[in-house]
Design a protein around this ligand. Structure first.
Ligand SMILES: [Fe+2]
Ligand SMILES: [Fe+2]
Length: 137
């Protein structure tokens, strides 16, 4: 299957959780935020880590061979920051969670947008379509 299609579908699964988390931050109801974080736990932890692992270890190194490692490096660097804020958020006490949730939402939304608007189109334009096919594990 096409790597860009797979990664974009994974983004689409993640976005509603981010939206819900940001909306709940607007309500300033710490209990509601805790509930959303519990509901989003798998999406923002195991699923996100799996997505990042696929990008860091399989797809982006492959993209780099065609579009250059400089153009994938910033996305890989973002991943470390995103995971660090996410880990802080999940281990934080309730009063600190709101600002960390807003920071994660902003950072991650922007990252997904940049992948979809810059990186993926660059790969699609500059790579032969068969090179975008992801071999099964
Ligand atoms: Fe990413
Ligand atoms: Fe991604």
């Amino acid at each position: 299957m096409n790597a860009v299609t797979i990664l974009t579908q994974e983004h689409q699964k993640l976005r509603p959780f981010l939206r819900r988390m940001a909306q709940t931050c607007d309500e300033e109801n710490p209990d509601a935020l805790n509930t959303v974080l519990e509901m989003a736990k798998t999406a923002l932890n195991a699923d996100l880590d799996q997505h990042i692992d696929l990008e860091d270890n399989r797809v982006f190194p492959h993209f780099a061979q065609y579009i250059g490692s400089d153009r994938v490096k910033m996305f890989i660097d973002d991943h470390r920051q995103i995971q660090s804020v996410r880990d802080k958020l999940y281990s934080a006490e309730t009063p600190l969670r709101r600002s960390l949730a807003l920071a994660l939402d902003e950072m991650l939304q922007e990252h997904l947008d940049r992948e979809e608007n810059m990186l993926f189109p660059a790969a699609e334009n500059e790579m032969p379509s068969e090179a975008l096919e992801l071999e099964p594990d």
